[in-house]
Design a protein around this ligand. Structure first.
Ligand code: HAM
Length: 434
């Protein structure tokens, strides 16, 4: 019986995995250089970790289930809430800011489409202890450095949910309705926002001010917001945003101001940002990163600590990341035992010994199917091996091997240690490690 993969999931073949490893290593490397440390949380959590902030409605979008002990659990749809839970349970005493990064799979019960999956990976960071413009600017600059390391060109949109929330509060909209409005704004459902405001009894000119705020894009936006008095002149949110933009200029990060960004998750309180792929390769799902400043800790029993973070959609990056096909080929060595008959154990044992020695230097493999010399070489070519090390009775007698370059076809007999030295030089191996 042929069994299909579950909907919205994928298999990754060796070549794709090599590409993903290259990406992962580069991303980790940048995060570590910026002083962030890796953490890992469980794949499933108590469902309430996610419903506490967003309400039961979020269950519709999650993989949630009762375990055999009757506990209500959920596969994590994101990693921010788990990281903050972990911080409160395990890391509360760590010096601040605590700067962490993570890489892990997430699960969302969404309608699968191009670049939208039910299982996908996020690479993210959180600064625990600060949501100041300095922290926000560092995070955005870090995200851009990560993109640079991957050679991905992208467009940054920066906003501030505090401004929208302030505007709504000033118009006497209550907290619950504000959350509903934020979700509608995130989905781009403008008409529904207007209807909600009408229901809430908001006056037409205030609704116009809100729409103007949501439509505000571009470098001069903040001046316009100030000139039109949409937001109080002494607004903390406005000042915070201005300072952030100043720092972004200093970091040399190009941005588009977009005050209409509301973000889908409910925990954001301040600056928010989204990064979009600029080359049109992803279609409608072109948001490759999202983040901002938020508060979540009191909800899980901690102090009200400021937080800032972001997460990349790793799969979306993988779709646009380009790497030379050559870099994705496995380049190694095959050890070829040449046996007259199946029972030729001496040759096989020596070949195993030599393979073990070579594995200290380069990826090396050995025949597992008792095949002929030509079949073994054919397999080596199919595997893109660079060298074959032939081990036969004659070589054995002289304590030698024959090293054959599979690209040029040249071959030479030599001792095992000379062979090791040759391969070290070829693969650029310093010392004994790979
Ligand atoms: P998010 O915007 O929901 O934010 O997800 C972050 C990124 O994950 C998105 O920008 C997108 O690239 C990717 N993504 C989301 N859903 C899917 C999917 N179904 N298939 C493929 N990729 C997807 C968060 O999750 C926040 N926790 C980010 C954050 C960290 N905020 C503060 N700290």
């Amino acid at each position: 019986m042929r069994i299909e993969r579950a909907r919205g999931t994928r298999d990754f073949l060796p070549k794709e995995m090599r590409k993903r490893r290259i990406m992962e290593e580069r991303m980790r490397d940048v995060a570590e250089r910026w002083g962030y440390e890796e953490i890992r949380t469980p794949t499933f959590e108590r469902a309430e970790l996610f419903t506490l902030k967003s309400g039961e409605a979020i269950l519709e979008e999650m993989y949630e289930f009762k375990d055999k002990g009757g506990r209500h659990l959920a596969l994590r749809p994101e990693l921010t809430a788990p990281v903050i839970r972990m911080y409160i349970n395990e890391l509360k005493m760590a010096s601040k800011p605590t700067k962490v990064y993570y890489f892990g799979n997430c699960f969302r019960y969404e309608e699968p489409q191009k670049a939208r999956y039910r299982e996908f990976w996020q690479f993210g960071t959180e600064i625990i202890g600060s949501d100041r413009p300095e922290a926000q600017a560092e995070l955005i600059a870090l995200a851009f450095n990560i993109l640079k390391s991957l050679g991905v060109k992208a467009e940054l949109h920066v906003g501030h949910v505090g401004l929208i929330r302030e505007r709504l509060r000033a118009a006497q909209v209550d907290g619950k309705q504000i959350n509903t409005a934020m979700r509608l704004i995130d989905k781009g459902e403008r008409q529904a926002v207007v209807e909600l405001m009408n229901e809430a009894g908001v006056k037409k000119d205030l609704i116009d001010d809100l729409l103007c705020l949501l439509d505000s894009k571009g470098k001069n936006t903040l001046q316009e917001v100030r000139d039109r008095n949409i937001i109080a002149a002494d607004s903390d949110a406005l000042r915070e945003l201005e300072l952030l933009l100043e720092y972004l200029d200093y970091y040399g990060v190009d941005y588009k101001l977009n005050l209409g960004i509301a973000r889908g998750l409910d925990y954001y309180t301040g600056m928010v940002f989204e990064i979009y792929e600029a080359g049109g390769k992803l279609g409608a799902q072109n948001q490759i990163c999202g983040g901002g400043s938020y508060r979540l800790a009191t909800l899980f029993g901690g102090d009200d600590i400021p937080l800032t973070g972001f997460a990349f959609g790793f799969d979306r990056l993988a779709e646009i990341f380009s790497v030379d096909d050559k870099d994705l080929e496995r380049r190694g060595v095959v050890v070829v035992p040449i046996r007259d008959k199946d029972a030729d154990r001496g040759v096989m044992k020596e070949a195993i010994r030599i393979t073990s020695r070579l594995r200290e230097i380069v990826p090396a493999h050995i025949d597992l199917m008792n095949r002929s010399l030509s079949a073994q070489l054919k397999y080596a070519n199919a595997c893109h091996d660079s060298f074959a090390v032939l081990v036969g009775k004659n070589e054995l007698k002289e304590a030698n091997v024959t090293l054959r370059n599979l690209i040029t076809g040249e071959q030479e007999r030599m001792s095992v240690e000379d062979c090791v030295e040759r391969l070290k030089a070829y693969f650029g191996v310093k010392g004994e490690e790979k």
